[in-house]
Ligand binder design. Sequence first.
Ligand SMILES: Nc1ncnc2c1ncn2[C@@H]1O[C@H](COP(=O)(O)OP(=O)(O)OP(=O)(O)O)[C@@H](O)[C@H]1O
Ligand SMILES: [Mg+2]
Length: 412
Amino acid sequence: MKLDPKAIRYLTSEDFRVLSAVETGSRNHEVVPTPLIAQIAGLRGGSGVHRAISNLAKTNLIAKVKNAKYDGYRLTYGGLDYLALNAHQKQKCIYSVGNQIGVGKESDIIVVAAHDGTQRILKIHRLGRISFRTVKTNRDYLRHRSTGSWMYMSRLAAMKEYAFMKALRENDFSVPEPIAQNRHTIVMSLIDAFPLRQISKVANPAALYAELMDMIIRLARFGLIHGDFNEFNILIKEEEDPEAKGKGREGEGDEEDVNVRLTPVMIDFPQMVSIDHANAEMYFDRDVSCIKRYFQRKFHFVSDIPGPTFANARKQMIKNPGKRLDVEVEASGFSRKMARELEKYMAEVGANGDNEKGSGDEDEDEEDEEDYGSEEEEGEEEERNAAEEDVPPAQSDDVARRLGNLQVSDRQ
Ligand SMILES: Nc1ncnc2c1ncn2[C@@H]1O[C@H](COP(=O)(O)OP(=O)(O)OP(=O)(O)O)[C@@H](O)[C@H]1O
Ligand SMILES: [Mg+2]
């Protein structure tokens, strides 16, 4: 099912009110009954509501669901994307939507532009997506979770990522600048860099390695463990620096490239944990060993300094503490309860971040992949597995096309 971006662009204000009403109704109804939509939208009776519903369903922003007791509608990921984009547009964070540069297991990464043309990154969290891949092992769990949970969990992931990015940025960690968060999305500055994964040669691996280990230790001093610190989540900025002789990338023998300074920038924070987390040591060790293993494999570099160990890191924190950012983030509104909910969900649906990359992909079940994207539609057979009912609508392949050229109307 394709979505026509033009149709989205020309949503009437009535359509928009109805879309918002479906979202509001979804808070306590898995399937929002039509009369409730009309009531919330404040468009009592008549053809207006029905016309709007039919427009929204046609453009796949809401989907009709036949329920045992009544028929109604639910918001799709497309609808949620639209509402978030609209909010970003209203706040002047996003003017237009460009290319999608990443389709992850749990997110879509899209380049967008601000009003002055500055490019930014829109990260759309899609936490329900992975559940489908592991649907066989998670069937029981999925059966009991509510349809709205993928939306709620994706929102939690966005809130968490934004809160951490803000706290880190304010404390001079090398991270993108967080610009805005709305629903399941965040807007951040675009880092003009490639992930470490794509950097084939480094002139001085020891220096880069030391810098990355320092980052891990500094995070710990501020009460944090990244939890997914690896070659996908470290972007490497290359900057001209005559002082940086030997610190940069190894050129094809020419001097110029040697004067390039490599600056690592950390991204991807939904799985960040406090240094007081029950499994903190495991996460810490995993972050350290990811980097060690990668440097050995890719650059044939093995440090002769052992560690750092979790005990080192804790000692450093006590001796030379930074602000406790784990505590600060909690106070900023991303509560401990939310953190627990998100963590439980991520564990249950197997959202293990980029650590799963590579090996995980080969194990995927083709059948599940193809099923992903099935949507409840009017008239479709009722004989559906409950687990499949909970799967969010198709997005991954279509998202660029769907969002392409989208400029959300100024009217709302
Ligand atoms: N601010 C940014 N600037 C430039 N590129 C970015 C930015 N944020 C993300 N990217 C690019 O998108 C990729 C994925 O981003 P990120 O790690 O935040 O998402 P993810 O949730 O890990 O996705 P996945 O599900 O693939 O693991 C990064 O590896 C990077 O190439
Ligand atoms: Mg990542």
